[in-house]
Design a protein around this ligand. Structure first.
Ligand code: BES
Ligand code: ZN
Ligand code: ZN
Length: 495
């Protein structure tokens, strides 16, 4: 897509989009728009109240003008959402010459942020979920070869162009993550995840190493192997490492670990069938790690990132682990498996322990679609955050608020340690009680981080896969990518 920045709007493009916030009822922009049409500013405002997502199409001689409502004092998330839904729903009315007029100088959100969020949303709205459809679907005008998008705004053109490109790059990575998470498990084995990472590493210049089953056995990732016992497909252990190409001294080293369960049947503690098809998304944590590293590499963020993704599916077989089995782990701790459906914490135990022992990151973050308990607590609107460090909690919360990828900090009190006490092994993977499930899972993970003092665990079970305009069923959100990129950008500038 060709992106241009113009300080002034001299002639109307075929499609002009004018984002308008609600806090400016008599904005001068209505007078400008009126000049291009046969309407008066008052008439335009009669039918358009700038509610979030509201679209009003006006026909001018030279083209179409779309007024896009942003609601009251919109933040980046509101702008992104309005543009995404506009782009997706109005694609049939758009053509390949598009302009966006940023006219509101009173918004609290800086203009570069507005431009970035708009482009991010606009490009995301080109997403098409039917990756396995055999019939050709109509192209979104923004994805055609001759598409030009012009940003009309009176500010530093270089900065605005960079912001627009950042928004576009973010959306492209997010859409690649959508495809990965939306793919069914027969098309998305651990090997496929590894191939995705290898291809991304090659394209964007970061190191990717993939261990096969033999290497996983040699290294002794016993908990990953235990979960994989019931599977038709071998496990994969994926290690990624990104450093900026320009030598940067003293940059922070951040370790990211993601749950890569390509399908979770529950194992012998099998899940009910009603919503089991959604369990193809049980690698949403891995996807967030992939997307964050890819985008950090694209943007050349001045941070040193290590990513670790243990991957397998959780299936039913004569060889599957059984409730009561005692398994070993990479850390050396033995684990009593009370419930085979609590498999994510088992593979993460190995992923986290490998990460802290081999890479000693200054910050340790893991993401996982870990518990139904997190879904029952927050529904589909926020991730549960568990951390042993208040500064890290504050920094992640700040990034969450700035991006609209909500999170809420949960307690990690040691009274919950009883939940993982086992009679026969060092720990057990489930308390057996239908209470405090997300906290119990976090306490389990904590047992494998070797007292790392700057750790955060995101339980993203409710937010990785939700309803959206893209599909009638739930689909991928790429939750975590924007949040972590925001966090890492802040971390880099603070250092
Ligand atoms: N993958 C699930 C958690 C999940 C639930 C993700 C709903 C997305 C939506 C996880 O492996 C799981 O099954 N957790 C169990 C653990 C329990 C058996 C201790 C749960 O939360 O019910
Ligand atoms: Zn499970
Ligand atoms: Zn799971």
């Amino acid at each position: 897509m060709r992106i241009a920045v113009e300080q002034e709007l001299k002639s109307l493009p075929h499609n002009l989009i004018v984002p308008i916030a609600q806090n400016q009822p008599n904005a001068p922009v209505f007078e400008r728009i009126a000049q291009w049409t046969t309407l008066s500013p008052e008439e335009i405002q009669q039918d358009f109240t700038a509610e979030a997502g509201e679209v009003q199409l006006l026909y001018a001689k030279q083209g179409k003008i779309f007024l896009l409502g942003l609601g009251n004092e919109p933040d980046a998330a509101a702008i992104l959402k309005a543009f995404r839904s506009f782009s997706y729903k109005q694609k049939k009315k758009l053509s390949s010459e598009v302009g966006i007029l940023f006219s509101d100088t009173t918004l609290k959100l800086p203009l570069v942020r507005q431009v970035e969020a708009s482009l991010n949303g606009f490009v995301l709205g080109t997403y098409q979920i039917g990756q396995f459809k055999t019939e050709e679907v109509e192209k979104h005008p923004l994805t055609t070869d001759d598409c030009t998008l012009t940003i009309f705004a009176s500010a530093n053109a270089t900065e605005l162009l960079a912001a627009a490109r950042r928004g576009e790059a973010t959306a492209e990575t997010q859409m690649s993550i959508f495809d990965l998470v939306n793919a069914p498990s027969n098309k998305k084995t651990p090997q496929h995840l590894a191939e995705w990472a290898l291809a991304s590493g090659k394209a964007y210049g970061y190191r990717v190493e993939v261990w096969d089953k033999k290497q996983i056995e040699e290294v002794g990732l016993h908990a990953l192997l235990a979960v994989n016992r019931g599977s038709e497909y071998p496990p994969a252990f994926i290690i990624m490492e990104y450093r900026p190409t320009a030598a940067a001294e003293g940059i922070p080293k951040v370790g990211l670990v993601g749950k890569g369960v390509t399908f979770d049947t529950g194992g012998l503690s099998i899940k009910p069938s009603t919503n089991m098809h959604y369990m193809k998304s049980d690698m949403g944590g891995a996807a967030a790690v992939f997307g964050t590293i890819e985008l950090a590499a694209k943007l050349q963020l001045p941070v040193h990132l290590i990513g670790v993704v243990p991957s397998t599916d959780n299936s039913v077989d004569a060889l599957s682990i059984k409730p009561s089995d005692v398994i070993n782990s990479y850390s050396g701790k033995t684990i009593e498996v009370i419930d085979t459906d609590a498999e994510g914490r088992l593979i993460l135990a190995d992923g986290l322990n490998y990460m802290v022992r081999h890479f000693q990151p200054e910050v340790l973050i893991n993401l996982a679609t870990l518990t139904g308990s997190a879904v029952r607590t927050f529904g589909y609107h926020a991730a549960a955050l568990f951390s042993n460090n208040d500064e890290l909690t504050a920094a992640l919360t700040k990034a969450a608020n700035a991006t609209g990828e909500r999170l809420w900090a949960m307690p990690m009190w040691d009274v919950y340690k009883d939940d993982i006490k086992s009679d026969v092994a060092d720990v057990r993977n489930f308390s057996g009680k239908p209470v405090a499930g997300a906290i119990g899972a976090a306490k389990f993970l904590e047992a494998f981080i070797n007292n790392h003092s700057n750790w955060a665990h995101f339980d993203i079970a409710g937010v990785a896969f939700t309803d959206s305009e893209f599909a009638s069923q739930k689909s991928a959100t790429a939750y975590g990518v924007r949040l972590l990129i925001e966090y890492l950008s802040n971390l880099a500038t603070e250092k």
